[in-house]
Design a protein around this ligand. Structure first.
Ligand code: ATP
Ligand code: MG
Ligand code: MG
Ligand code: MG
Length: 431
């Protein structure tokens, strides 16, 4: 007899099959038991009828406790009343692993409790749906960049330098030297672009974020494409196509998960319509001031400003040409102005804030050397990076997308901790 997975149930209607599953919940009477089951691919119901299975199997079903694992044998039937559309008429049931006093009961639990039990909570509907969508974003990322002629290069996680400033760095010992956990693969991606043309890095990055926001983890995954011979204009087009590709992939492959989460699919569909609006930082400041925000030219945006700006356009929106002083040293100078750099942040609507930060990179050796010094960085640590400007420097651009920011937005979750299997935040290192 075939062992099937719940997500494939529709292919087995009318057939007797075997299933390995866990019990989520059950209800019923002395004659009938409805078992809420899960097997990692989907959730559905098994029905045990005493008149069909006999006293012994029925008693076993009635005694089952939450998260008991079992083999089930039965017939798959279509049933419009069940949310999944199919269920199993159970004929036989064998317990594999018992489960006593499972802590996450069907009643409501607080967030901290669920996060303390994250290793078990992963089994429940919300993390199931969110993390399967995360998996689609990962797969779609590789597809998109491979299709567009990028190769993946991996950047080191242990580094001796700190391009994004030192306040958010995790420090560690490296034999007799100081080392830091990487905050970005950016500089290495630039070296890769000079070797392979178009590359992307995709790995964990670390930032000692001391603020408790809904958008910051201390360990998160970043996708950082870097493209030789491409201007910022070219890069913005890649960014739009990439985001639209990610959303379309989720719409195509995760209808079940989006429905479990109650996410508005029509709204998501609107985010696949390109191009995305663009607003200069200057105009964004004016727009904010006209709407009673107390902001001056030169500040970086916080969550309220980002939320306002993206909601104003009801679409992802690029904010372009940020002040030089609030951006990284490698961003390209504007040809006509000394105070802004050729950069853009992509803000997601619905209050999700910055999901991408990117720029064209300056190509000039002397200018970059000056910027590194001005920012108080150690020139010795960057001599390898400056070599990229010494030997055949070319125009190039790149950007970084935070995977968990994208997951949080696309799934419509409230908090970024839901977007990664085991979140790390200022007050959480376990489980
Ligand atoms: P923010 O302004 O939200 O703090 P940032 O400008 O510091 O973000 P970048 O250095 O531009 O972030 O990093 C590129 C991308 O990485 C961001 O656009 C965002 O999607 C993601 N990101 C940055 N910091 C975090 C974090 N602490 N947790 C999760 N994702 C992050
Ligand atoms: Mg930050
Ligand atoms: Mg930012
Ligand atoms: Mg940024």
């Amino acid at each position: 007899m075939e062992t099937i997975r719940i997500e494939d149930a529709k292919n087995y209607v009318g057939q007797e099959v075997r299933l390995g599953a866990w019990l989520r919940n059950k209800r019923g009477s002395g004659k009938m038991q409805f078992l809420q089951l899960r097997d990692g691919t989907a959730f559905f119901q098994g029905v045990v009828v005493k008149a069909n299975v006999g006293e012994e199997i029925f008693a076993k079903a009635k005694a089952l406790t939450q998260e008991t694992s079992m083999y089930l044998i039965g017939t798959i039937v279509a049933d419009e009343r069940s949310p999944f559309g199919y269920e199993m008429q159970i004929k036989d049931l064998t317990v594999v692993g018992t489960s006593e006093c499972y802590p996450i009961t069907p009643k409501e639990h607080g967030t901290e409790f669920l996060m303390d039990h994250r290793h078990l909570y992963l089994r429940h509907i919300q993390p199931f749906a969110v993390l399967r969508i995360r998996n689609t974003l990962i797969a779609a990322t590789y597809e998109f960049f491979n299709k567009e002629g990028f190769i993946k290069i991996d950047s080191p996680l242990l580094t001796g330098s700190a391009p994004e400033g030192t306040t958010e760095l995790f420090h560690t010992e490296y034999f007799d030297e100081d080392a830091y956990l990487s905050q970005t693969g950016q500089l290495y991606a630039e070296a890769g672009a000079m070797a392979f043309g178009r590359v992307f890095t995709f790995g964990p990055t670390f930032r000692a974020e001391k603020s408790k926001t809904r958008r910051h983890l201390t360990e998160f995954w970043m996708i950082e494409p870097e493209m030789a011979w491409m201007t910022q204009e070219d890069s913005l087009k890649v960014q739009e196509r990439y985001i639209a590709y990610l959303i379309q992939a989720v719409l195509d492959r995760n209808e079940y998960e989006l429905d479990l989460l109650g996410r508005d699919k029509d709204l998501l569909k609107t985010y696949t319509q390109l191009p995305y609006p663009r607003v200069s930082y200057d105009d964004a400041i004016k727009l904010l001031q006209d709407n009673d925000f107390d902001v001056q030219w030169g500040v970086d945006f916080g969550s309220p400003e980002e939320t306002f700006l993206a909601n104003h356009f009801a679409k992802p929106v690029f904010i372009t040409n940020f002040p030089k002083e609030i951006k990284a040293f490698y961003m390209k100078r504007h040809p006509d102005r000394d105070d802004v750099v050729i950069s853009a942040d992509l803000l997601a609507p619905e209050g999700y804030g910055e999901i991408i930060g990117g720029s064209e990179r300056d190509t000039d050796y002397d200018y970059l050397e000056k910027r590194i010094k001005e920012q108080g960085l150690d020139l010795n640590e960057y001599s390898w990076y400056l070599d990229l400007r010494k030997y055949g420097s070319v125009p190039h651009s790149g950007f970084g997308l935070g995977l968990e920011r994208a997951v949080t937005w696309i799934t419509g979750e409230e908090h970024i901790r839901e977007a990664i299997p085991f979140p790390r935040t200022m007050n959480r290192l376990w489980p």
